[in-house]
Design a protein around this ligand. Structure first.
Ligand code: AGP
Length: 608
């Protein structure tokens, strides 16, 4: 949720750290800070608000420093004030620490340290780390950090500097991502590759429990027992242009418009026309292993959970395998029934969501086979699953997930196709799905061409205070996702429901002021949803509907229709979700909301 960046080398550290922080701002943005070592002293600057606020308050202090750490925060303990912003320091002002994660036993540690005379200035859990390290410092920063971390319960990705070792950053992780960026005579530490991409594409992802000592000329990684471990250098396969807005006013709009391309990337090299199946090289499960599976559990959070609901429908309908969807946060604590014949699929754009990662670990502990549907290569989930499917959607910077959602559904369709063909799906059915998947990127272009009419709708409904989203079958999860998109970026209250459930309660809300968005492509439940639209109209509700091109029946019933091209029922969510993304975007912009960084949210939720 928060972002970390660190630098050691010959350059002036502050501009490097600020550049890195700006790349990380999408992860958390309520306050920020920098600590550098200049002439044997620690210079720390912190500010509430955006990186720009920090930048404008920086004076000349520390300008020549070449070692430093920085942090952008998403508050967990203590309000987002400048005092609570990271980095935090010890009593002597020798050590600075920036931290992602939560120190769960911070209260007990604070009490113990206070009894030893340590004075605290913030309300954060992180500050105890600085004092603990001070307490254990006997001439070697890495040893002090390792000893301090043995006292800690919770999760952390930390970077630490000390005036006593001015050319060194100590970095350690447990539960929060951290990587080293390798340069020539300089090195970087960051919580996310985008922070180092301007300088290097060579990175080392730290493993759980590992601690790194980083200097300008090299790095050393040790495990929990202080034994040096070997590391693998990975190359980031995207460049700066992929994490810049490229002429779009917001990342969210850019990412919505990228969907034809991101979907092509998800499908590339994975469709086998003749055999009517998919090629999925990363599953690490043989066909025999897969045929032993008697149940699938899909687990995820937020938008990824909505994709999982679409996946459940596909897997049951086409692979004929019992499938359940669980919120990762519930799954992990409810003593789930999972064994070696259960396939647990975790879905996560970031690959770092704390609840999803914990659900994965719980599933593995109980003996399940695990797969991940993940966007970020090198992320914790990608590294801990037995196998999986990378969605290759490219970096998603806007906090509201868009292109990852459509690519997650496409990946689930590929998996359904592969598993279905192993089980009961005929070659003809398989070929039909392959053909339909291939049409999707072009069809998405047609949907995006509807943007001007969706903008007009956004103008009309920008002042709504409540919106109801309704869908059935494959498009019930799209209704949930449409409502989530609207509420998270425009702050309008919105609810998603299965359309037929409306009459069991939400129908009471409907009057002429209530816009109701139906996701109603021509599919197996089309006739049923027509009746639901009639029910809303009978009560004076304003109806917007996403329908299939040429559907005169619904077009004649509703106030506004947005059309999408015809496709297989199972793939309609990939097309029908895009108008809802554009509608939420258009409304949020008109309400003057910060679309890419909505209040209270963060891109990747690495705390419980
Ligand atoms: C979506 O717009 C969200 N901001 C959020 O619900 C997100 O999908 C959720 O936190 C899960 O993230 P993940 O896919 O990175 O695990």
């Amino acid at each position: 949720m928060c972002g970390i960046v660190g630098y050691v080398g010959p350059r002036k550290a502050i501009p490097v750290l600020l550049e890195g922080l700006k790349r990380l701002e999408y992860r958390g943005y309520d306050s920020a800070g920098i600590a550098v070592i200049a002439d044997g002293t620690l210079v720390i600057e912190k500010a509430a608000g955006r990186i720009a606020a920090l930048e404008s308050q920086l004076g000349k202090g520390g300008a020549a420093a070449t070692t430093g750490i920085a942090h952008t925060r998403w508050a967990t303990h203590g309000a987002p004030t400048s005092r609570n912003a990271h980095p935090h320091s010890d009593c002597a002002g020798h050590i600075a620490v920036a931290h992602n994660g939560i120190i769960e036993n911070h209260a007990a540690l604070r009490q113990m340290l206070a009894a030893k005379g340590h004075r605290f200035v913030s309300e954060t859990d992180t500050e105890v780390l600085a004092h603990l390290i001070e307490q254990f410092y006997h001439g070697a920063l890495d040893e002090a950090v390792a000893t301090a971390l043995r006292e800690v319960e919770g999760t952390y990705g930390i970077v630490v500097i000390s005036v006593k070792e001015p050319d060194t950053i100590v970095a350690a992780r447990s539960g929060s991502p951290l990587l080293l960026g390798l340069g020539d005579g300089e090195n970087f530490v960051a919580s996310d590759p985008s922070a180092v991409l301007a300088w290097t594409r060579s990175v080392v992802y730290l493993d759980e429990g590992h601690l790194a000592v980083v200097t300008p000329s090299g790095y050393q990684v040790k495990d929990r027992h202080a034994v040096t471990v070997s590391t693998e250098v990975s190359q980031i396969d995207w460049d700066l242009t992929t994490i810049e807005r490229g002429g779009y006013p917001h990342f969210m709009l850019k990412e919505i418009c990228e969907q034809p391309e991101s979907l092509r990337n998800t499908l590339r090299g994975r469709l086998l026309d003749e055999e009517g199946t998919a090629r999925l090289g990363g599953l690490n499960l043989s066909p025999e292993d897969l045929l032993k599976v008697d149940r699938v559990v899909l687990t995820a959070c937020g938008t990824s959970w909505h994709a999982a609901l679409v996946g459940e429908h596909m897997l049951e309908e086409l692979a004929r395998l019992p499938t359940e969807v669980e919120y990762a946060s519930e799954f992990r604590y409810r003593n789930p029934l999972v064994d070696e014949r259960t396939l647990v699929i975790v879905i996560s754009q970031s690959g770092e969501t704390a609840d999803t990662l914990a659900a994965l670990r719980e599933a593995k502990r109980r003996g399940a086979r695990t797969l991940g549907i993940v966007n970020v290569v090198g992320s914790s989930i990608a590294r801990e699953v037995d196998g999986g499917i990378f969605i290759h959607a490219g970096p998603e910077i806007g906090v509201a997930s868009t292109k990852a959602f459509t690519s997650q559904i496409a990946a689930l369709a590929l998996f359904t196709l592969y598993l279905g063909r192993l089980r009961s799906l005929s070659i003809l059915q398989g070929r039909e799905i392959v053909h339909a998947l291939k049409q999707l990127p072009g069809q998405l272009e047609a949907v995006l061409a509807r943007r001007p009419e969706i903008e007009r709708l956004a103008e009309r409904y920008a002042r709504a205070t409540n919106v109801l989203y309704l869908g059935r079958g494959y498009n019930f999860p799209v209704a949930l996702e449409g409502a989530l998109k609207l509420k998270e970026i425009s702050y309008i209250h919105a609810e998603g429901y299965p359309a037929a459930e409306m009459k069991h309660g939400p129908i009471a809300l409907i009057d002429e002021l209530m816009p109701v968005v139906f996701v109603a492509p021509r599919d197996a439940v089309h006739a049923k949803i027509v009746s639901n639209i009639e029910e809303v109209r009978a009560r004076g509700g304003r109806v917007i509907a996403v329908i299939t091109e040429g559907d005169q029946e619904i077009a004649g019933l509703v106030d506004h229709a947005i059309t999408i091209p015809e496709t297989l029922d199972m793939l309609t969510p990939i097309l029908s979700s895009v108008p809802l993304q554009l509608l939420a975007y258009g409304i949020a912009v008109r309400r003057g909301c910060n679309v890419d960084q909505p209040r209270n949210l963060a891109k990747s939720v690495t705390v419980e």
